[in-house]
Write a protein that binds this ligand. Structure first.
Ligand code: SF4
Length: 206
């Protein structure tokens, strides 16, 4: 694993560089929720489910306010999950997104390749504390192929990863349909496949 000191990501203030977005997922956290996959991760974990998310080059820039509006337009979204890529390299603007969504009643969950201890340390990406303060749920730790669980009923992908429940109201909701996969067909005809083990696939062959 590479030493993680700083991100090459340079994007406009108030914007996120995302890889994808879906509404009403039931396999990426409690209840029905929006999922935002951010672009960029430095870890290069062997066996990563989403290697197309590694690059920090521009994929899709979207203003935080515009993304919040999209998520809130769908009243069936009860929360939002940040996945990736590494959400904490875009912590400042994800925290701002969370601050727009939480007053509207949505809960906030994030995956991260960092451990919670790293995120609380001096080595954490900038603004990590701001994003941590907004989270109701955190799944932490890198994917380690040698500790892979390969069990579709598991909420985590490898044994080192942990589920941190910061909001006790979600304690009895740690039972999302992690054994299922979803196919989302977008307006432009492309498809996003997500589900078991947090995998995300993009299929433009519609
Ligand atoms: S932290 Fe996640 S997105 Fe990044 S390389 Fe590892 S498994 Fe892939």
């Amino acid at each position: 694993m590479k030493m993680i000191l700083e991100t090459p990501l340079k994007i406009l203030p108030g914007y996120l560089n995302i890889m994808g977005y879906v509404d009403e997922s039931e396999v990426n956290g409690p209840d029905r929720r929006a999922v935002v996959w951010v672009q960029g991760c430095l870890r290069e974990c062997p066996g990563c489910f989403n290697p197309a998310s590694w690059s920090f080059t521009e994929n899709q820039f979207i203003a935080v306010e515009d993304l919040a509006e999209k998520i809130l337009q769908n009243p069936r979204n009860q929360g939002v999950t940040f996945s990736g890529g590494e959400p904490f390299w875009q912590a400042e603007n994800l925290a701002k997104l969370a601050q727009l969504l939480k007053p509207k009643g949505l809960n906030i969950m994030s995956f991260t390749g960092f451990t919670l201890e790293e995120l609380k340390s001096e080595k954490a990406p900038p603004h990590s504390q701001e994003l941590l303060a907004e989270l109701d749920l955190l799944i932490d730790g890198p994917y380690l192929e040698q500790l892979a669980i390969n069990d579709p009923t598991s909420l985590v992908s490898s044994k080192n990863q942990r589920v941190h429940v910061f909001n006790p109201a979600l304690q009895d909701k740690l039972n999302w349909a992690s054994d299922q996969m979803e196919i989302h067909i977008l307006k432009d005809g492309s498809r996003i496949i997500t589900g078991f083990r947090g995998a995300m696939g993009l299929d433009n062959s519609s």
